[in-house]
Design a protein around this ligand. Structure first.
Ligand code: C2E
Ligand code: CA
Ligand code: CA
Ligand code: CA
Length: 376
């Protein structure tokens, strides 16, 4: 029951030792605890079955989650657990590998939980690795493309601009939706390069359109926190001779939650240049309204879960109404997303929301078709 890392070095003093002690206590007297490296610890429970391990795991999470005292500061940390059983031809090293796959899932499901290895996780991990190497190729081989969804002024049905949406034409698997590769590229950091490509490509396309047309670009939280984002945007605008005011960057709430300080600096610099900032999927996060107070935003995009609803969904419409009213109070633009019927357009206009996008108004199309929409 000596706490040391896999190389046999004792773990230095500090938080990890405190964590390891709690782990030892919660894991029980027959357990062995060691450090795998970094902030990962392993507890080997002797003779425990799945039920017992689950119970122990929950105790461990609770125990490790209690506040720590570090140099007079009270801090709390979270912990995720992956678990697997040995036996049935599964030795220690394979069990560890399996537990790691469980850990990956536990983190993805929202941390502070325990996840047992399940059949199929290994295959999924292999597929993920394949996708990662394919993603690395995709940029080089120009497999990405941007589609553009028109954003309309409802009162006269004119096109105010477009939202750029990335598409991946995989050489074997065909078209892959951003929902299927953006999260992975955020995990492994590749989103930074992909995001740069998106900004440049969208600006190139925008430079072909008349100067009253705007473009909205989705920016990942990771990208938005990098100090370099300001320069990337500035250079793209410069390269294509564009006024910054024609560009809107769309952020989701997760971007605002994590590491607010870095982000705030970038937002100030970008807005100083004239770039507009929109909050995407408004109303779906935990604290959408708090962010309206804490950050200077130019626009909110009302999530389609409040718009693409039946006429009798009074609650959804009441939220949409409240959001539209508040946007007006704050002099922030409101865009309705996901309009799929003409009734929804009528309702939006009744709410006083005059800008919208959605399949009923126009689906995302490639650059050429978008240009034709403008020419009509
Ligand atoms: P989003 O930013 O909320 O984009 C709107 C999504 O809703 C798009 O899906 C669009 O095709 C879809 N949509 C538009 N109108 C309607 C409608 O009337 N009904 C329904 N059901 N859906 C509608 P898409 O293109 O699959 O993109 C999914 C998400 O992927 C985007 O959600 C955005 O979060 C992300 N994404 C797309 N392109 C990029 C990108 O270049 N960079 C980053 N970081 N994320 C991107
Ligand atoms: Ca970690
Ligand atoms: Ca968006
Ligand atoms: Ca959205």
């Amino acid at each position: 029951k000596v706490v040391n890392d896999t190389l046999g070095h004792p773990v230095g003093d500090g938080l990890l030792v405190q964590v390891a002690r709690r782990l030892l206590d919660a894991a029980g007297s027959s357990a062995t605890v060691f450090r795998l490296g970094g902030d990962e610890l392993v507890a080997v429970l002797n003779g425990a079955g799945e039920v017992e391990a689950l119970e122990t795991g929950r105790n461990i999470i609770e125990s490790i989650g209690a506040p720590y005292d570090v140099d007079g500061h009270t801090i709390t940390i979270g912990c995720s657990i992956g678990a697997s059983l040995t036996g049935d031809g599964i030795g220690a090293s394979e069990a560890l590998q399996r537990a790691d796959l469980g850990l990956y899932r536990a983190k993805n499901l929202g941390r502070n939980r325990i996840q047992f290895y399940e059949d199929g996780m290994m295959e999924q991990a292999l597929e993920r690795r394949q996708m990662e190497s394919d993603l690395a190729q995709a940029l080089k081989c120009e497999e990405f493309e941007l589609d553009y969804q028109p954003i309309f002024r409802l009162s006269d049905r004119s096109i105010l601009g477009f939202e750029a949406l990335i598409r991946w034409h995989h050489p074997v698997r065909g078209l892959i939706s951003p929902a299927d590769f953006i999260p992975l590229s955020e995990e492994n950091g590749m989103i930074i390069q992909i995001g740069e490509w998106v900004i440049n490509e969208a600006c190139r396309q925008l430079s072909e359109w008349s100067t009253d047309i705007h473009i909205a670009i989705n920016v990942s939280p990771l990208q938005m926190r990098l100090p370099s984002i300001v320069e990337v945007v500035r250079k793209a605008l410069e390269r294509h001779g564009l006024a910054a005011t024609r560009l809107t960057l769309e952020l989701t709430e997760t971007a605002l939650v994590r590491d607010g300080a870095h982000l705030a600096r970038n937002l100030i610099a970008l807005r100083g240049m004239g770039v507009k900032i929109a909050m995407d999927d408004f109303g779906t996060g935990y604290s959408s309204f708090t962010h309206l107070r804490d950050f200077e935003l130019d626009q909110i995009k009302i999530d389609r879960s409040f718009i693409n609803v039946s006429q009798t969904d009074h609650k959804a419409w009441a939220v949409a109404q409240a959001v539209t009213n508040m946007a007006r109070e704050l002099s922030v633009g409101a865009v309705g997303e996901g309009v799929e019927t003409s009734e929804q357009i009528t309702r939006l206009m009744q709410l006083g929301c005059d800008v919208a996008q959605g399949f009923h108004l126009g689906r995302p199309v490639n650059g050429e078709k978008a240009s034709r929409l403008l020419a009509d």
